[in-house]
Ligand binder design. Structure first.
Ligand code: PMP
Length: 359
């Protein structure tokens, strides 16, 4: 088989999401674990989303609407844009793959920052494109537009900006966005992964706009997996020019978002109360981790629903936390750090206490 598969597959690592469900059962048996490793919403989905799922169950023998019309309407209304500017997918993971397939040919170049979300790289490699990695500033993990611009050459097709960035929680700043808009050459399409956008509150953060999207050179990615607590359903969306989506529609799977996901995601968008409750929980929860700063840990200021903590040996600390039933993320190329998702107040407390014992 090794000789028969596409050679490029030898250079792509499988996605590492931490322990699988089987491994969790093996390791912890029936004991409850604290899942602070995947940036999920600990409150779960909106009750309105759950009701929408219940209402839709009787329709499961029918295919979903292949154009996801109802959901795209809801998203367009929420963002105040036209419906044809919205593309939905089976998680934003699917959209990242679809954008790679839409834009990339072998020998094109894709710029990604380090550290950042792994799937940009995987999507580019799959198409035979070259991945150019630009580091964020050491320790502060701030974006550096000069270095991004220096990495651009005539073969550059895509530039991924994840803001707030996973795993650092840092944001692209207003003036940095202005630099990129002004100086990026027109052949570069920027994909702004805004998976954690709603959590972001820094006054200096860059904010994307409809004007930016209408240039046809900027695309914004969103997901229902984080704030909306629907990670298990798999729904994400992208906002961009309808001119781009007409090509993506040619190659996407015909029924890429299932019936339950379409209805639940639309209902979740309309539940402002649950959204506010979820945001509030993260804002308060983050404060609980400030104690770690006094105990010798370094916290990277985060605009997302997780924090990156410098702990010394990330793997060792994550393993020790795991032995107490607390799952956090480690690896992602930063060996001294762990990433902790903000949980419920008592969960944060348990995680902080465990880390203070290890300090
Ligand atoms: N982008 C970023 C920055 C993420 O952190 C994640 C989830 N880990 C995704 C995209 C993928 O999200 P989805 O569940 O919508 O596929």
């Amino acid at each position: 088989v090794k000789q028969r598969v596409r050679p490029v597959l030898h250079s792509i690592d499988p996605y590492q999401a931490g322990l699988t469900d089987d491994e969790i059962v093996q390791r912890f048996g029936g004991k409850a674990v604290l899942k602070l490793n995947a940036n999920e919403n600990p409150l779960g989905p909106s009750p309105k989303a759950l009701q929408a799922i219940a209402d839709e169950l009787g329709q499961l023998h029918h295919y979903p609407d292949g154009s996801s019309s109802y959901l795209r309407d809801a998203i367009a209304q929420y963002h105040g844009c036209e419906k044809d500017a919205v593309l939905v997918g089976n998680g934003s993971d699917e959209i990242i793959r679809l954008l790679s397939e839409t834009f990339l040919s072998p020998d094109d170049e894709v710029i990604v920052t380090f550290p950042s979300f792994s799937q940009y790289r995987a999507g580019a490699l799959l198409m035979g494109a070259k991945v150019v990695t630009v580091p964020l500033e050491a320790e502060s993990f701030r974006f550096d537009p000069e270095r991004l611009l220096e990495a651009v050459n005539p073969r550059t097709k895509l530039l991924y900006v994840c803001s707030p960035n996973n795993p650092s929680g840092t944001v692209l700043e207003k003036n940095q966005l202005e630099e990129l808009v002004k100086r990026l050459p027109p052949q570069v399409i920027v994909i702004w992964d805004a998976a954690y956008d709603e959590y972001s509150m820094s006054p200096h953060r860059a904010v994307w706009s409809q004007d930016l999207l209408e240039t046809g050179r900027w695309i914004v990615l969103h997901t229902f997996s984080k704030l909306y607590g629907l990670a298990g359903l798999r729904v994400g969306y992208a906002l961009g020019s309808p001119d781009i989506w007409q090509y993506a529609h040619r190659i996407r799977e015909p029924f890429n978002v299932n019936r339950l996901a379409q209805r639940a995601a639309a209902a979740a968008l309309y539940d402002e109360e649950h959204r506010q409750k979820s945001l509030q929980l993260v804002r308060k929860g983050k404060q609980q981790y400030e104690r770690l700063g006094q105990a010798g840990y370094t916290l990277v200021p985060s605009d997302a629903n997780f924090i990156l903590v410098r702990v010394g040996n990330g793997r060792q600390v994550a393993e020790k936390l795991m032995s107490e039933g607390v799952l956090v993320r480690f690896g992602f190329g930063l060996s001294e750090y762990i990433r902790i998702s903000i949980g419920l107040a008592n969960e944060n407390e348990q995680c902080v206490e465990a880390l203070l014992r290890l300090a």
